[in-house]
Design a protein around this ligand. Structure first.
Ligand code: UTP
Length: 468
């Protein structure tokens, strides 16, 4: 461990010596924690990022050449076309060549839930937490294909303990504990708009997770990628923790990606409005890219085609397939460390006179990597459109769009549609809204086909709460 003098010299060289302002008043265990935290930061890299991303705004990407990408149509439009790819995906699952990867390290600032978002109750009848719904899919998929699917869960220093405890309390949801791997992502300090790193306490820097793009280097640094290789895993199904409709392991998507020999594939959903807060797919200089909503110029976002549809209509569902070999190649090229993006946020911190404040206005820059920036390095990148009703209803906000209320309604709708497709009559009101609460556990049925065999003769009364 470095001594205070060494740390002080490093900080002085980077104009950050204020971080030791309260050192003299601290007990020795606190001092050790602070020195260690300071040492964990790559100050040369941070210094460059402060110059390029904090003291000025990074140069915006040139989007003049951006075009809409080629997108494979959704499965329901032509199920036959995809039969072969689906078979391949099923084969890979039954051979144990696919891993599930969930990024769950975020801070959930918009939701404001007291705990990791993965523990947030979300289903319409039983209020199952997000992680439970994902675990049940992974368990059911393993049972269907006769091979348990290894599950890699990325946490961050802020929620790792709580997420592990949640799995333990729930008996790993019936999964074999040995098939679940937790690994933590990197952290980055928040930086005041004057370029000074913030303290959250006298002895702690204001650290936050380094973005979902941190998953690539975390996979490598934690040894998880190597473990995947030794298990013979070839493909990684990546999804976020906050979308209860996600198909965590979609044989079709896995198969299309593998069949095309793609490095990284993505699922797209049609954007609901030009300003919807979703990343937008495009192609720039022959490479697929996702432009974050905050970086998409208004003119580009609202551009329409002669038929009135959005020119850039494909939103990112935050679902990808990554080939393991691709992540290994990125690592060898040093490209697992993706570029950082700047987000100006309100960050609670300690003032120079030691008061803790939560500013009314954004006061700091957080630096985050986005996983979709890896697309730039992909030689082949495929995009599959998918239906929002079937697969996309994330929980981001405490109220309004993408909240618990919208997601529960969407889950209810999807489950009602599944039942109807399976031949069950579902009560609906005069506006066609489902007039019952229905929830189908992935352990009961992973899809309509499986459901059909199990719901013969089922009736549902208006107002009924049905859990299958
Ligand atoms: P979001 O970008 O929606 O962020 O994450 P968030 O942390 O959930 O919520 P806000 O923005 O603070 O309100 C999308 C997914 O990426 C994960 C999240 O856990 C979520 O599954 N994520 C995000 C990480 O794993 N690490 C991060 O650093 C950021």
């Amino acid at each position: 461990m470095a001594t205070k003098d060494v740390v002080q010299r490093t900080l002085a060289a980077h104009g950050q010596d204020h971080l030791l302002a309260f050192y003299a008043q601290m007990e020795s265990p606190q001092r050790a924690v602070l020195l260690e935290e300071i040492q964990s930061v790559d100050w040369d890299q941070l210094g460059r990022l402060i110059a390029s991303h904090v003291l000025r705004e990074p140069v915006a990407r040139d989007l003049a050449a951006a075009q809409p990408p080629e997108i494979l149509p959704p499965a329901h439009e032509n199920p036959r076309r995809y039969a072969q790819a689906r078979k391949l995906g099923e084969k890979l699952l039954s051979e144990g060549k696919v891993a599930a990867l969930t990024v769950a390290g975020g801070q959930d600032t918009r939701l404001g839930f007291d705990g990791p978002k993965g523990c947030f109750p979300c289903t319409p009848v039983t209020g199952k937490p997000l992680l439970t719904t994902l675990a049940e899919q992974i368990l059911a998929t393993g049972r269907r294909y006769g091979r348990p699917v290894p599950w890699y869960v990325m946490t961050s220093a802020t929620n790792d303990r709580a997420i592990r405890a949640f799995f333990a309390e729930h008996g790993f949801f019936g999964l074999d504990e040995g098939n679940v791997t937790f690994f933590t992502q990197g952290m980055m300090p928040a930086i005041g708009l004057d370029g000074k790193v913030l303290l959250t306490d006298r002895g702690r820097l204001a650290m936050s997770p380094n973005g979902h793009g941190g998953v690539l280097s975390a996979l490598v640094d934690s040894g998880a990628l190597e473990a995947m290789a030794s298990l013979g895993i070839e493909q990684i199904s990546y999804f976020q923790v906050d979308n209860p409709l996600v198909k965590a392991l979609d044989p079709l998507f896995i198969g299309l990606h593998a069949k095309a020999g793609a490095d990284m594939s993505s699922k797209a959903v049609p954007k609901q409005s030009p300003t919807e807060r979703l990343g937008t797919f495009c192609v720039i200089n022959g490479k697929v890219a996702v432009i974050e909503y905050s970086d998409l110029p208004d003119a580009m976002a609202s551009r329409t085609d002669p038929d009135g549809r959005l020119h850039f209509a494909a939103g990112s569902a935050g679902v990808h397939m990554l080939s393991r070999a691709f992540v290994e190649r990125l690592n060898a090229q040093g490209a697992c460390r993706l570029p950082y993006h700047r987000a100006v946020k309100r960050v609670p911190h300690l003032t120079t006179d030691g008061r803790r404040v939560l500013p009314a206005e954004p006061n700091a820059v957080k630096l985050e990597m986005f996983v979709f920036d890896a697309l730039e390095y992909a030689d082949a990148a495929l995009i599959l459109e998918t239906s929002r009703v079937e697969e996309f209803s994330p929980i981001k906000n405490a109220a309004g769009p993408s909240s618990l209320a919208t997601s529960m309604a969407d889950q209810n709708r999807r489950h009602a549609e599944w039942l109807e497709q399976a031949g069950v009559s579902v009560p609906r009101d005069a506006d066609g809204i489902v007039a019952a609460a229905v929830e189908i556990s992935p352990l009961f049925a992973l899809d309509v086909k499986e459901l059909k065999a199990k719901v013969k003769g089922l009736t549902i009364e208006p107002g009924q709460k049905l859990y299958l």
